[in-house]
Ligand binder design. Structure first.
Ligand SMILES: NC(=O)c1ccc[n+]([C@@H]2O[C@H](COP(=O)([O-])OP(=O)(O)OC[C@H]3O[C@@H](n4cnc5c(N)ncnc54)[C@H](O)[C@@H]3O)[C@@H](O)[C@H]2O)c1
Length: 362
């Protein structure tokens, strides 16, 4: 499959998203968006043995340096940022260097933050290697690291110059990680409804996990298109972009409560999507048939949908009030009036929230 590009059109900046198979073998494509003669490849110790050699080959005639950071969300922090700055300084990278993030959302977020701040901003290319990073994290320009004070507490918006998604990289991804990415695809399906939701349903009804390359291509391309359109309209999340947080107020609380150790992000989002559907039902926005549909879709993707009994609902409830999406002290939820018609609601009462959380306990 050859590369096919989408474009994210922003004010004074546009960047292509290439999606296809064997793109990492295409030296011309990899070097097309590099301007100077210096490249810094950033990846982690799990991905380096799999793909770094292939990417390095494309830059044989450049000064191409590599920094391998430790794998894992716990390393999405200042130490890793410093490690990358030090590699850039040690190898004397100039303002016209290009930094390439090769990895999942963690590598992408940290590297994006470094690119935004090194020499006040240098060229950035994302090569996302997880489904979650391909459909979500690599598009839209959010970069950042975690701090004891909270997830993604330090960061910036920074536009990449290109995003290159090689579907072959998903072949080495664990099924659990793949399913986690499918949760975000289902989120897009619920946000836009219609044909895209039907497409997701049809793929999942054939037990297509792991999905074949053609199915993945369609799901990734359409997910990217949806995100790109929303980002084009509201890059800095002053309005509509917040809809992409469907299920996330619940998900972030579940992740924080369990110290980011129990669920992958997409798994927490899956539970959050079910919670959002049930909350929408309790507010008489959608029917129980709709809630069951969401439940069935997530179940087919083999994703969790319920809050385990050992989670203390009071503790979870407290955490939700600390979610950074709280505006003016009221909790902010993305709710569904129908599949394809979601909106931001700040009127959910504490009693309504509590009732949903209790109903979602397994
Ligand atoms: N910037 C954004 O807009 C945005 C959006 C969504 C999520 N995120 C962030 O993304 C992160 C989650 O991303 P993720 O789910 O990709 O997690 P991740 O980056 O931790 O990757 C998951 C695991 O898969 C491994 N891996 C990556 N690619 C692989 C491959 N091709 N083969 C085998 N293993 C591979 C990684 O090393 C890691 O162990 C979170 O930190 C989240 O906050 C950012």
């Amino acid at each position: 499959m050859s590369d096919r590009a989408l474009t994210v059109e922003l004010e004074h900046h546009a960047y292509p998203i290439y999606i296809g198979s064997d793109l990492l073998l295409d030296d011309g494509l990899l070097s097309r968006h590099v301007m100077g003669r210096q490249v810094m490849l950033v990846t982690n110790d799990k991905i380096a043995p799999l793909y770094i050699g292939t990417v390095q080959r494309a830059f044989a005639s450049y000064q191409c340096d590599v920094v391998v950071v430790p794998d894992g969300e716990i390393h999405k922090n200042q130490q890793t940022v410093l490690m990358i700055y030090e590699a850039l300084i040690q190898h004397n990278h100039h303002r016209d260097t290009t930094i390439i993030a090769l990895g999942g959302g963690v590598v992408g977020d940290v590297t994006g933050f470094v690119a935004a701040t090194y020499k006040r901003g240098v060229r950035l290319i994302h090569i996302p290697t997880t489904l979650l990073a391909q459909v979500d994290a690599s598009i839209g320009g959010k970069t950042g690291i975690n701090h004891l004070g909270g997830k993604n507490n330090i960061g910036s918006f920074y536009r990449p110059h290109a995003v290159i998604m090689d579907l072959n990289t998903l072949k080495t991804l664990s099924l659990r990680e793949l399913r986690s990415g499918v949760a975000e695809v289902i989120k897009y399906g619920l946000l836009v409804g219609g044909d895209f939701l039907a497409l997701i349903e049809s793929f999942l009804s054939h037990d297509l996990i792991p999905l074949n390359t053609d199915a993945l291509y369609l799901l990734i391309k359409q997910s990217c298109q949806i995100k790109a359109e929303i980002v084009q309209e509201d890059e800095f999340e002053t309005g509509r972009r917040a809809l992409l947080n469907l299920g996330h107020t619940f998900a972030h609380a579940l992740e924080s409560y369990t110290n980011f150790e129990r669920w992958l992000h997409g798994e927490a989002v899956a539970i959050g999507l079910y919670c959002a559907a049930l909350l929408s039902y309790q507010l008489n926005l959608i029917t129980m048939v709709d809630v069951d549909y969401v439940d069935a879709l997530l179940k087919r993707a083999q994703l969790p949908r319920r809050i385990p009994k050992d989670i203390d609902i009071d503790g979870l409830y407290e955490l939700m009030f600390h979610d950074k999406k709280i505006k003016n002290k009221s909790l902010r939820f993305v709710l569904m009036k129908a599949f394809g018609t979601c909106y931001l609601d700040e009127t959910v009462t504490q009693a309504q929230l509590r009732s949903v959380l209790l109903a979602v306990i397994e």
